[in-house]
Design a protein around this ligand. Structure first.
Ligand SMILES: [Zn+2]
Length: 176
């Protein structure tokens, strides 16, 4: 999956959500600076918090009766900024790809950590959440555009997208 068209077929999100996701992707081309995934998530109704989490847990999606969409994204504050940014997009992926039941806001707290092997739940859902993150960042030619501007310099590209060099290396294989 490399395009928003494909992603939109797979996600549950209204027109407003789709517009915001696509706008985020496009906004990355403006000035070569990584855009805030926290602001994106908040604009989509999540609350976002960096906090202490168990070792090996990059992030998790938990029910939050006070956020606009009923969920809070928590990321591990001891992880790198790049990892925290990825975790925010990854957890958003679990939400939009319908891995959580959004209909019952009063359901018991359900900790949906799937961000590490230790708390591993479902490989298919992990792949889907990462796919979501990758398309939002790199899809619709975003990575190709950055590559034509900066070359295949992974250090530079990692900075542009605010991700790890490893993520860029993987994305270059998949998206260009
Ligand atoms: Zn996950």
């Amino acid at each position: 999956m490399r395009t928003f068209k494909e992603l939109f077929r797979a996600i549950d999100g209204d027109g407003d959500a789709r517009h915001k996701l696509r706008s985020f992707n496009i906004s990355q081309r403006l000035d070569g600076k990584a855009k805030s995934v926290k602001l994106l998530a908040e604009s989509l109704g999540f609350s976002v918090r960096a906090m202490e989490l168990p070792r090996g847990m990059a992030g998790r999606l938990v029910r939050d009766a006070f956020s606009d969409n009923g969920f809070e994204i928590q990321v591990n504050q001891s992880y790198s900024v790049q990892s925290q940014r990825w975790a925010v997009l990854h957890e958003m992926g679990h939400f939009f790809r319908k891995h959580v039941d959004r209909s019952d806001y009063l359901a018991a707290d359900m900790f949906l950590d799937r961000s590490s092997e230790a708390f591993y739940v479902d490989q298919k859902e992990e792949v889907e959440a990462n796919e979501f993150a990758a398309v939002v960042l790199y899809g619709d030619g975003a990575l190709e555009a950055a590559k034509s501007l900066h070359g295949a310099n992974t250090t530079k590209l990692a900075k542009v997208f605010g991700v790890s060099e490893k993520s860029i290396e993987y994305a270059l294989k998949k998206f260009t």
